[in-house]
Design a protein around this ligand. Structure first.
Ligand SMILES: CC(C)(COP(=O)(O)OP(=O)(O)OC[C@H]1O[C@@H](n2cnc3c(N)ncnc32)[C@H](O)[C@@H]1OP(=O)(O)O)[C@@H](O)C(=O)NCCC(=O)NCCS
Length: 166
């Protein structure tokens, strides 16, 4: 949805088209599989940039995992997968496991614009904050700050053997 508006800047009158945000947190559907994969690949790249090497799943493995969520929910670790969209455009995703651990991602191009905050606000309306927990890798300072901003605190460290792969 768009609306026009007159801006008065530096004594010049300009006409600007400014978009009204129509943010929605909706359940994931089958046609989101590809964009969710892109989002996950971006996350793997981000981890690499902070010194954590994790190999990405193949698209096929990702697809099977997600389809299992839709087709065999009883035996899947996830409780819900949500998509944050603005006027139909994918902005990010947030999911919660049956254990109440949650994970999230805003697409790189939309980061730093307040979408993460908005996504959390919408998510906490569906899942009360006091039942949730998140697991964040040591170098992921951005996410640690983000969680702290939203009222979470560090409660424990987890130790694994050096070559441990989840
Ligand atoms: C964490 C993440 C969701 C934040 O989304 P975002 O839309 O960029 O965040 P916002 O613009 O809404 O900013 C919210 C807060 O996040 C923190 N934050 C965001 N960018 C930051 C940065 N570059 N450095 C430090 N803190 C940052 C700040 O606390 C910020 O609040 P402030 O602006 O009032 O200081 C996003 O960086 C992301 O997708 N990261 C990769 C995925 C990830 O690490 N997931 C966690 C593991 S499951």
């Amino acid at each position: 949805m768009n609306y026009g508006r007159i801006l008065l800047t530096n004594n010049k009158i300009e006409f600007s088209q400014r978009k009204i945000m129509v943010l929605k947190l909706r359940p994931f559907v089958k046609s989101d599989i590809e964009i969710l994969y892109q989002s996950y690949l971006e996350y793997i790249q981000y981890l690499k940039s902070i010194g954590i090497n994790k190999s990405p799943p193949s698209f096929k493995a990702h697809q099977e995992f997600i389809l299992k969520f839709l087709d065999n929910y009883k035996n899947h670790p996830y409780k819900k997968i949500y998509i944050l969209e603005d006027d139909g455009n994918f902005i990010g995703n947030i999911c919660i496991k049956k254990s109440n651990e949650f994970g999230y991602k805003i697409l790189n191009k939309f980061q730093g614009q307040g979408f993460g905050d908005k996504m959390f606000e919408l998510f906490f309306k569906k899942h009360p904050k006091n039942e949730l927990w998140a697991s964040i890798l040591p170098n992921n300072i951005v996410s640690q700050r983000f969680l702290e901003k939203h009222g979470f605190e560090l409660t424990e460290y987890e130790y694994h053997p050096k070559n441990y792969s989840k």
